[in-house]
Design a protein around this ligand. Structure first.
Ligand code: FE2
Ligand code: FE2
Length: 197
């Protein structure tokens, strides 16, 4: 009799744990904070990169207009993350002043190297950001459907920027491969730091 009782209890426990594991995923608060903090930092940096490029090419040049289109979308992205950081009470990264200077310097210096180099910078940055947003979509639970929708839309915008760079001969920039690797590594490092600090 005791054996039957124990067996029934074990079976019940197994059923319950199976039910829990299949229930919809919820996002840990720490993960949510990291996502919003790093995206806010990244979008801020992106607006500065394009500011730096536009300062060199001018708003009214042919390439300047293309860059302005991307800059306008980055402005929408940072506006949204400015809202989200307040709504979810997330501390912004302490490194915003650094990303301000580093972003602008990256944009301006690649633009000074020429149109193809500027586009190579866009390709490298947007590739990392697009992948980064994709990873976040897999991390977020069903409890943040609106945020997932926002990130999914922004990921598509970043991939469009990446493709614009490719269409404008980014891959023909002198030293394209090494420049891409250096910028990609820089972006990945900035992402890792901005999640925490
Ligand atoms: Fe963006
Ligand atoms: Fe972008």
């Amino acid at each position: 009799m005791l054996f039957i009782c124990i067996e029934t209890m074990v079976l019940k426990k197994k059923k319950t744990s199976k039910k829990n594991s299949s229930s919809s995923k919820t996002t840990h608060r720490e993960i949510l904070e990291e996502i919003i903090r790093v995206d806010h930092a990244g979008e801020y940096g992106a607006t500065k990169i394009y500011d730096g490029q536009i300062a060199i090419f001018g708003k009214n040049s042919k390439l300047g207009k293309t860059i302005q289109h991307m800059a306008d979308q980055e402005q929408e992205h940072i506006d949204k993350f400015n809202e989200l950081i307040l709504e979810h009470r997330v501390r912004p990264t302490a490194l915003l002043p650094l990303w301000n200077v580093a972003g602008y310097a990256l944009g301006a210096s690649t633009a000074l190297m020429g149109e193809k180099a500027a586009m190579a910078c866009t390709v490298a940055v947007e590739k990392v950001i697009g992948e980064h947003y994709q990873e976040q979509l897999e991390l977020l639970g069903d409890d943040h459907k609106d945020l997932k929708k926002t990130i999914s839309k922004f990921r598509d915008d970043e991939l469009e920027h990446h493709d614009i760079g490719i269409e404008h001969d980014a891959e023909k920039a002198p030293g394209y491969k090494i420049m891409s690797k250096v910028i990609e590594l820089g972006c990945k490092t900035a992402i890792a730091i901005s999640k925490k600090i």
